[in-house]
Design a protein around this ligand. Structure first.
Ligand code: SAH
Ligand code: SF4
Length: 420
């Protein structure tokens, strides 16, 4: 069984005065008393089946079948599980459920970016974003409701941490996106086992091809649950997405970075954003706890990083704060000093109500980018996506906080009607 306790949060960085309701179970809470299997690995499903009365051998076999139906096929109804005896299906349905995050609101941007406002079984809201591009589709997944850190330029940072998301709520976002995009394989399992080769079930030809842990929250402060969810995403008999197509972004939780490489093995992105202690202390306050040198050393030691799998350094462009030629040169010097297989992503600052920063001018961003490129390090400028629906980097803050319950209920009704 996996543990999903909250990790200690550095007290000096962001004291959270109100007690946080901890979800200390790996099981996603639901109100009807049934156990939600979504988010659980095979041995845990087997354990629960055994507790419900199956003998160990049957529990193991059923767990394997359930796992396939849950994660590979996206089935939510036990009745659709054709290789499980008809008489057994109601027995399962009485005790267990296969949940999905509830959709409160689905929005589409003028640039086709989609954002979903989701609700947990115990009534907390969080968001996920889908960004379609010509050659890929990226799902931006949340790891927490809110964030304990408070990077000064980030809207999510102005929220309290409400709680960590469970593995089911994290993998549930990917499942929901596949539901919405209609991307589950069809047909019966026996046929698929024979016909489905690696190639026909790869990311090719799919809309959802990549995952970034860049939604709400700091994934490395919810390490166990993020790892357990991503293992289901990467499992060949699960969602079967390659680890090379998954990127985890951290603001710099240095003590967890090695474990991230060893136990998850996904690509790493680091929210660097500044090259001096003074500026980074101000805009990414976790820097006061884990400083630049420590962070860059942890990047140099990141398991699996190589020239073929470079670490992404995210750098938000803030006018007159971190955007000078000198900053660009220092950035290059640091990346070289630590011999980092690096690429830099320059993110134009996305504004939100009450933000105290401005975005650098396009000319400034270009000049910055050119200096980094000239040193041989790739430094593309990200095109902001979904700004009109507040879906761009750093704009996520559950709109629900600003809406009344009656308004939300009305929206939910409209959504139900639209879905038919
Ligand atoms: N908590 C993690 C992942 C989520 S944020 C992290 O901080 O890395 C995803 C990226 O968006 C981070 O690089 C974050 O610093 C950046 N970001 C936050 N607010 C932003 C804003 N207003 N404009 C542009 N990028 C922003
Ligand atoms: Fe949290 Fe990341 Fe926003 Fe910082 S940038 S407040 S770590 S979500």
């Amino acid at each position: 069984m996996t543990s999903s306790t909250l990790m200690a949060i550095p007290g000096l960085i962001d004291p959270v005065p109100t007690p946080r309701p901890a979800v200390t179970s790996d099981i996603t809470p639901r109100s009807d008393g049934r156990i939600d299997l979504l988010g659980l690995p095979r041995p845990r499903i087997a354990e629960l089946l055994a507790e419900a009365g199956l003998d160990a051998k049957a529990a193991k076999l059923r767990a394997k079948q359930l796992f396939h139906w849950l994660y590979h096929r996206g089935v939510i109804d036990f009745d659709a599980m054709t290789d499980i005896a008809k008489t057994m299906r109601p027995w399962l349905a009485e005790r267990f459920a296969i949940g999905r995050p509830e959709i409160v609101l689905a929005q589409v941007s003028e640039d086709a970016t989609r954002k979903w406002l989701l609700r947990t079984g115990d009534d907390h809201e969080y968001e996920m974003v889908f960004i379609p591009d010509a050659d890929r589709g990226t799902l931006c997944v949340s790891s927490q409701v809110g964030c304990t850190l408070n990077c000064r330029f980030c809207h999510t940072g102005t929220m309290r941490l409400v709680r960590n998301l469970t593995p089911g709520e994290i993998v549930g976002q990917v499942m929901l996106a596949r539901d919405a995009l209609g991307e589950w394989p069809k047909g019966v399992m026996a046929d698929l086992d024979e016909e489905e080769d690696e190639g026909s079930y790869s990311a090719d030809g799919r809309l959802l091809t990549n995952i970034v842990m860049m939604g709400m929250g700091e994934p490395l402060y919810n390490f166990d649950n993020v790892r357990d969810a991503l293992k289901l995403v990467m499992d060949g008999d699960g969602l079967a997405l390659s680890k090379r197509r998954i990127t985890l972004s951290t603001s710099g939780v240095v003590p967890m970075m090695a474990r991230c490489g060893e136990e998850i093995g996904v690509n790493l992105a680091v929210s660097l954003h500044a090259v001096s202690k003074e500026v980074r202390d101000e805009i990414v306050p976790i820097n006061r706890k884990f400083g630049l040198e420590e962070l860059l050393q942890a990047c140099a030691d990141y398991p699996g990083a190589s020239n073929a799998r470079r670490i992404t350094f995210e750098y938000v462009m803030l006018k007159d704060k971190n955007d000078s030629d000198e900053d660009a040169r220092t950035l290059v010097r640091l990346l070289k000093q630590y011999r980092l297989p690096a690429k830099v992503n320059l993110i134009p600052f996305n504004p939100w109500p009450g933000a105290t920063y401005e975005c650098s001018t396009p000319e400034r961003i270009r000049a910055f980018s050119e200096i980094v490129f000239a040193s041989g390090i790739s430094a593309p400028i990200r095109t902001p996506r979904g700004r009109d629906i507040d879906a761009a980097c750093g704009q996520l803050k559950t709109a629900a906080q600003k809406m009344s319950r009656a308004e939300l209920d009305r929206l939910a009704e409209e959504k139900q009607m639209a879905l038919g």
